[in-house]
Design a protein around this ligand. Structure first.
Ligand code: AMP
Ligand code: ZN
Length: 462
């Protein structure tokens, strides 16, 4: 089956055909680094990580850029509030972001461009747009002239009139048309800024992405992704800039947008006070559990975060790891992931279907008795996990809750081992009352003991 992706541009599930199958190009809008990321912010990196893994499975080379926006008014405000430079703020939160998403088994992108390292390219693109009659300078600003680009609004399906009527654009006297958007804005001497032919200033967010995509991936890329809230104005404006700077060539051929994450059915927002940071959740749950939650719904659907779905995801992973633990003496066969799994992902990244394929595999492996069959199923399970970014941890460590650093699901393994040894000694001394007391004590901590036929015992978190 061929890969089919829902394309926001055509509003249909299109068959994916890369421009150059030897180098598939993907650009995803990354974070503006002024704060710790919340769990909603984790949805795009996880969704596009699955796409990245799938493309790597299907094509020899994938160039995947996920940028860091390290200049922005919100970063400037944070720097001012904290009495630090924007560089310090950006570095701190970019590091935190990387750490958070890596904990969710998100692979590093191939390229991680930083906006401030592309100012020359931005100045060049603005000059090209001005020369072509698509942009103009006004009072230290450079603005894109939306009336010069016929198909403005095509991606988001809005007309200029609607945008103005809906007050989705800011009116300002330095603009010719209220829909014109900023490519460059002036900085005061105290504000961060760069010299340009239009005075000292700083770039607009939309321009940054157009230039980073061009520089690292080329004028037309295969897939551009981001959250659904970015379609307008961010992506619409990226399209206008890139297309007009590149003689009409499209910026991206496939546009993918993930749906929003809600928190107990409410929109996650600072004003409601229900924003949960990835790092707060990582103190309670392992990263892989958080990742699985984000995979339980199709990426275009809204997804509601609830304790229930988190616990369910944890149980699912425990079941899979328990199965792998049971197969620990079996050498995994070297096999490709099952076709049913690849087909589910090829169907516009249908992760719920992909997860049910994995669940069936676990069931089959649990029932299998034949050695060859068990080796084959273990191979399939691990290959599936590799493609989905799951089941890469050591099963025994997982079951003992040791996997993630700083996770409070983790337990003090040395004290459990000591209690287990004490229980063993009591059993050998036929002091069953003490042995039972220790079992109950561990059970109260959520630890289950499994006595093995050879007289030894193992423990795991419930
Ligand atoms: P922001 O911090 O709002 O600029 O968002 C950064 C990225 O996270 C963007 O790609 C947004 O589309 C995405 N995003 C923000 N909030 C959510 C949410 N609740 N659910 C899914 N994606 C989100
Ligand atoms: Zn962007």
């Amino acid at each position: 089956m061929a890969l089919r992706l829902y394309n926001t541009l055509t509003r249909a599930k299109d068959t994916f055909e890369p421009l150059d199958p030897n180098r598939v190009t993907v650009y995803v809008c990354g974070p503006t680094v002024y704060n710790y990321a919340h769990i909603g912010n984790a949805r795009p990196p996880v969704v596009f990580d699955i796409l990245f893994r799938l493309l790597q499975h299907l094509y020899p080379q994938v160039a995947y850029a996920r940028n860091i926006t390290d200049i922005d008014d919100k970063i400037m405000k944070k720097a001012e509030d904290e009495g630090e430079t924007i560089e310090t703020i950006a570095l701190r939160y970019a590091d935190a972001y990387r750490e958070d998403v890596r904990a969710l088994n998100v692979l590093d992108p191939t390229i991680e461009p930083h906006a401030t390292q592309h100012i020359d390219g931005m100045i060049r693109m603005m000059q090209t747009l001005i020369d072509g009659g698509f942009a103009y300078a006004s009072e230290g600003h450079v603005l894109f002239d939306v009336t010069a680009y016929d198909t403005y609004g095509h991606l988001s399906g809005r007309s200029l009139d609607e945008m103005v009527a809906g007050a989705r654009v800011e009116v300002a006297d330095y603009k010719r048309h209220p829909g014109d958007f900023i490519l460059w804005k002036p900085s005061t001497p105290e504000q961060p800024g760069w010299e340009s032919p239009w005075g000292r200033g700083r770039p607009g967010w939309h321009l940054e992405c157009s230039v980073m995509a061009e520089e690292h991936l080329g004028e037309t890329i295969d897939i551009h992704g981001g959250g659904i809230d970015l379609v307008f104005p961010h992506h619409e404006n990226e399209v206008a800039q890139s297309c007009c700077a590149h003689g009409g060539k499209p910026l991206a051929r496939y546009w993918m947008h993930n749906g929003f994450l809600t928190m107990e059915a409410d929109k996650m927002s600072k004003s409601i006070g229900n924003v949960v940071l990835i790092r707060e959740l990582r103190e309670q749950y392992r990263g892989e559990v958080l990742r699985l939650v984000l995979m339980t719904a199709h990426y275009r659907q809204p997804l509601d975060w609830s304790r229930n779905v988190v616990m369910q995801s944890r149980r699912t992973l425990d079941r899979g790891y328990r199965c792998l633990h049971e197969l620990r003496t079996v050498e995994a066969a070297d096999v490709a992931p099952p076709p049913a799994l690849v087909e589910a992902l090829e169907d516009d990244l249908n992760t719920p279907r992909a997860l049910s394929v994995v669940s069936d595999l676990v069931g089959q492996a649990n029932r299998a008795t034949d050695d060859d069959e068990r080796a084959h199923l273990k191979g399939l399970l691990l290959a599936s996990g590799q493609l989905l970014g799951l089941y890469q941890a050591n099963p025994e460590a997982w079951l003992k809750g040791e996997v993630a650093e700083g996770a409070d699901e983790g337990v003090d393994t040395s004290s459990i081992d000591a209690l287990l040894a004490e229980r063993q000694a009591a059993r050998e001394a036929r002091d069953f009352a003490t042995a039972d007391r220790i079992r109950d004590e561990l059970a109260a901590q959520g630890i289950t003991i499994e006595d093995r036929p050879d007289g030894t015992a193992e423990w795991r978190k419930q």
